[in-house]
Write a protein that binds this ligand. Structure first.
Ligand SMILES: [Cu+2]
Length: 277
């Protein structure tokens, strides 16, 4: 059996992996950055790109070598060698991916932990999502609401409490990097510290129906003073139906109570007003 030219194969993998990494790191994949989480997440993406490039290069070099070296000779009709396996090789090609995946998993955990560390002066904003619109409630202002426009102060952590009224939606402002699903029946958190003033777009990134691609909202990041002024100007309360569906269990309980009480109390038949909720 011929010995493989290990050194050449390793060098070829290293050279093509490096070339691929450099090429893939040129595009600005995520665009502008506008939150404290962005540098960490972008670095993690770069690390993943580099690791993937070397793995891809290794696979291509091995494949190309095998194709050239063991290409069937013209007129050769014989069978290949009856190979049953190679325990050492199998251990190696199981352990390497395992270590890479575990390493990236631990790395992601550390990054996420850091990003989601809550600040003491964090403010809360309720985010209500439905086909195909976003509305926002500001608890510090009696949960007054804003439709289709979200304002947040710059350089202050905001915890977005995500609620879904119908199907799963997903909260994503590309410049903030953070993306989190809004799931009916539970409340999820997206924690962001915007660090750049400006106008951005909130995009729904979970296919939620025919109008999904239009499900956007304007995001304005502004100074603390401008934000305070804007929030004070809100005068509409979040409709009860939106708050109720934010906690499905509570809603079901209240509906049941209202229905029972209504029928017993008034002595009239149910008229199907439930359909409105
Ligand atoms: Cu959507």
């Amino acid at each position: 059996m011929t010995r493989l030219p290990y050194l050449k194969l390793v060098l070829a993998t290293f050279a093509s992996g490096t070339l691929l990494s450099v090429l893939l790191l040129i595009p600005n994949w995520f665009g502008d950055a506008a939150s404290t989480a962005a540098p960490e997440i972008d670095l993690m993406l770069d690390v993943t790109i580099v690791i993937s490039s070397y793995i891809f290069a290794g696979v291509c070099v091995a494949l190309a070598y095998a194709l050239i070296k063991w290409r069937v000779k013209p007129g050769d009709e014989s069978d290949g060698l009856p190979i049953h396996g190679n325990t050492k090789l199998e251990i190696v090609w199981t352990m390497i991916p395992l270590l890479i995946v575990l390493g990236l998993g631990i790395y992601s955990w550390v990054v996420l932990d850091d990003i989601e560390a809550k600040d003491k002066d964090a403010q809360i904003v309720n985010v209500y999502s439905q086909q195909f619109a976003w509305t926002f409630g500001f608890p510090e202002q009696g949960n007054k609401w804003s439709e289709g426009e979200l304002h947040v102060p710059v350089d202050r952590q905001t915890v977005f409490k995500l609620h879904a009224q119908d199907v799963i939606h997903s909260f994503w402002v590309p410049e903030w990097r953070i993306k989190k699903d809004n799931v009916p029946g539970i409340t999820t958190d997206a924690i962001v510290t915007p660090d750049k003033v400006g106008h951005f777009q909130l995009v729904c990134t979970e296919l939620c129906g025919y109008g999904h691609s239009t499900m956007r909202a304007n995001v304005v990041v502004e100074s603390e003073a401008d934000y305070a002024k804007w929030v004070k100007g809100l005068d509409q309360k979040v409709p009860e139906s939106l708050i109720l569906t934010a906690d499905q269990a509570l809603e079901i309980e209240r509906e049941a109570q209202a229905r029972d009480g209504g029928i017993e109390g008034s002595g009239v038949q149910e008229t199907g007003t439930d359909n409105q909720s």
